[in-house]
Design a protein. Structure first.
Length: 370
């Protein structure tokens, strides 16, 4: 069984798939240009929040607000959701944002909510934490975080920190900002951030332009410039393995067919995921395939899950938590599929994300305590 109520210690949630930015590597838009027309925009109501955090998980220790398509500060009810978590669980809260929306007063309110420390928790995150995703300084952050305002981000960060909130600065390194890593870390320390994290993206592995660049478009669909990977020390070490696997097997799909699965969300993070439509998934990666794509992984997930069970079997708007966790796919079929080949039910998505031959998730971050 993928999870029972007493095995979930961490919950990853996307309260909205709306966003004020247009990051070129995000699946919600066309390479940093216009939002994809078939993206169905949604966010949780207070009713959704009350159903999702309904006291059924006795050992819940952390809730992570981290969008795969949206930013939680966009959602109308984010502060209510955090208050609900504090009232009904013993969980700490992680809150990821580009921080270029809302007022400093709103961020002060968030800071007042996010000050808890839980040193006795099993969870690696033993305190509340707001993660500010800032990929550069005033002259570079907007090259990836398109549509954001650096001065506004700084004002919001200062407001959050002044209210006593605990925060980390996350910095995705590219060629255009690699020279600013040390300067950004020094600024983070000066401002009162508790941590600074270097992020080493693996997304160049999947670039349609090859592993050395990623196109960036405007809203008219025209290429404006290219993102380039950073120097070796800031690259994800797993990226070389991805290229080696393709060469060894001939195609990456042949590797997926035989890959051994070690599910990070279940086995290590003890985590489950709820997306912006209040749909439950084993992880954010499989949920991503519920949104329209054109690649082979999306088609594989659609064929093996949604054509068989429809699109509502995992919705908390029409089902209870108990119904979903005891559904045949969650209760039996998903775990069984890990020991099969692609033709007999293994998901390409599971093989790419948690296959033992290539696992870029844990190798993408380097933390410094400030």
């Amino acid at each position: 069984m993928y999870h029972t109520f007493d095995t979930v210690k961490d919950m990853h949630v996307e309260i909205t798939n709306r966003c004020n930015a247009a990051c070129p590597m995000c699946a919600r838009n066309d390479f940093g240009g216009k939002t994809k027309e078939d993206l169905e925009l949604d966010e949780w109501t207070r009713g959704d929040i009350n159903r999702i955090f309904d006291r059924q998980f006795p050992d819940l220790e952390n809730v992570m607000f981290c969008g795969t398509h949206g930013d939680p500060c966009v959602a109308k009810e984010s502060l209510y959701a955090i208050e609900r978590i504090k009232d009904t669980t013993d969980a700490t809260v992680e809150f990821y944002s580009n921080a270029s929306l809302r007022t400093p007063e709103w961020w002060k309110d968030l800071g007042k909510l996010m000050q808890d420390k839980k040193p006795d928790h099993w969870h690696y995150r033993k305190n509340d934490l707001a993660i500010f995703s800032i990929d550069g300084l005033a002259d570079t952050n907007h090259l990836y975080r398109r549509g954001t305002d650096f001065e506004k981000i700084m004002a919001n960060a200062e407001a959050f920190l002044s209210a006593g909130g605990i925060a980390r600065w996350d910095f995705i390194v590219f060629k255009h900002n690699e020279h600013q890593v040390e300067q950004a870390e020094a600024l983070a320390k000066k401002m009162g951030f508790k941590q600074f994290r270097i992020r080493k993206t693996s997304r160049f592995d999947y670039s349609p332009d090859g592993p050395d660049k990623w196109r960036v478009k405007n809203k008219q669909g025209e290429v404006e410039y290219y993102l380039e990977p950073p120097k070796e020390e800031y690259r994800n070490p797993q990226s070389t393995k991805f290229q080696e696997l393709k060469q060894h097997f001939g195609t990456i799909e042949k590797y997926y067919d035989v890959a051994s699965i070690d599910c990070l969300y279940r086995n290590e993070f003890k985590r489950i995921y709820v997306n912006a439509h209040a749909e439950v998934y084993p992880c954010c990666y499989i949920s991503d395939d519920s949104y329209p794509h054109k690649n082979a992984i999306f088609k594989d997930t659609q064929e093996k899950i949604f054509k068989k069970y429809g699109t509502e079997f995992n919705s908390l708007r029409t089902n209870s938590w108990n119904d979903i966790l005891n559904h045949p796919w969650f209760a039996e079929e998903l775990e069984a599929s890990w020991n099969k080949d692609l033709a007999n039910g293994k998901l390409m998505r599971c093989a790419r994300t948690c296959g033992k031959g290539y696992s870029p998730i844990k190798s993408q971050s380097t933390d410094t305590t400030l």
